[in-house]
Design a protein around this ligand. Sequence first.
Ligand code: NAD
Length: 440
Amino acid sequence: MKIAVAGTGYVGLVAGVCFAEMGHQVVCVDIDEKKVEVMKSGVSPIYEEGLQDLMRKNYAAGRIDYTTDYASAYKDADAVFLGVGTPELPDGSADLSYIATAARQVAENVEKDSLVVVKSTVPVGTNDKVDQFIQDFLVHDVHVEVASNPEFLAQGSAVYDTLHAERVIIGTETAWAEDRLKAIYEPFNLPIVSVNRRSAEMIKYASNDFLALKISYMNDIANLCELVGADIQDVAEGMSYDERIGSKFLNAGIGFGGSCFPKDTKALDYLADQNGYELQTVKAAIGVNTKQKTALFRKASNRLITFSGLKVAVLGLTFKPGTDDLREAPSLDNVPLLLSKGADIYAYDPVGADNFAKLYPEGPNDRGSITYVNDVEEALKDANVCFIFTEWGEVKAIQPEQFNELMRTPLVFDGRNIHPIEEMENSGVEYHSIGRKTVK
Ligand code: NAD
């Protein structure tokens, strides 16, 4: 089938490339000319394992192309997937302006019967509005329907998640739309759950917010563990054998970040408010997470007299390993706090440093300074204190004796509970983590 994809971010580009891999004829549209140029040259604008190889393979096979010329891309597409951003507005609601623009661009240019598929995460009821909006702006006498197909990929394993999705949710209102969307996914050979549009939209929020809740619950319990002398990792392990609970998303840490959980919890809370309902569980998750993001900084502030004049190693800047995405990363909460207290930060991240440097350029900043280094050793060398924000492989691989040998004072605040407590005991490192005892 001929498929156009609007938006070449983590969702749109990965979807487009995977559709091409499955034999569809794909054109990816973005308004960002630079991005399109980069993609045409065979380079992925985002870091995702396996993505660039598939881009090159399918481009060479003539199954995928990239363009800013949306008019020609949408003109004769059998389906147009909308994968543009739906970021958070200051009031917590989802910004639907990118969706509206893309929908209008489709309506004004489509010359053939087509299915518009909303892949972006959108509040319940948005598909209905997009449908009406498109009918209002249609120029040619063609049949266009709208379907919901929320995305569940996780950054860091986006290609794998798409090709091996645990389920594909499709939300449609007619058999015509359902059949067309099923036909697109047929070559993937994945379980399909077919529901109406509003349920599909809700499945996405309910799933993300459930995971956010699970993380916040474990962080809440971790904070209590610290106060009562229990160990959150032992607690999580003990819980994980219960199949009703499962073993995933039980890791305590410095809170969830990324482009989805923070905004999707707030958007569902907003939707509930708008409907006169108080979504107490999700509200609680948002509250716990906000506080959790600076839990390590508070611990370190209680331990030290000052950060002024101290060399502070920061290991990891992205919101999780395997991605260059910084959106809502805990580093963005902690680095400015450290700088405001006069810290001289030496930051290491294998792929996120360039993006971070756009926000915090190297050099003096506030009352401190920031320097980007090329490896963990350089960051740790002569440091007075170390913060771990992202569990990259090379950060996990640090041995306790390296903290001892490299740092001026081996004082470590680990926001990802990377190191087993037993390993840190008697190592000479003062080691603070989340929900576990402090080792001195
Ligand atoms: P992103 O910000 O990385 O990418 C959006 C892209 O859309 C940008 O490249 C932008 O230039 C482009 N764009 C904006 N307006 C356009 C237009 N009119 N036509 C064509 N392109 C246009 O976004 P993302 O992280 O890929 O997320 C997209 C959506 O998918 C969001 O709703 C998000 O909540 C949802 N989602 C994201 C993830 C994730 O892990 N990132 C997972 C599941 C769902």
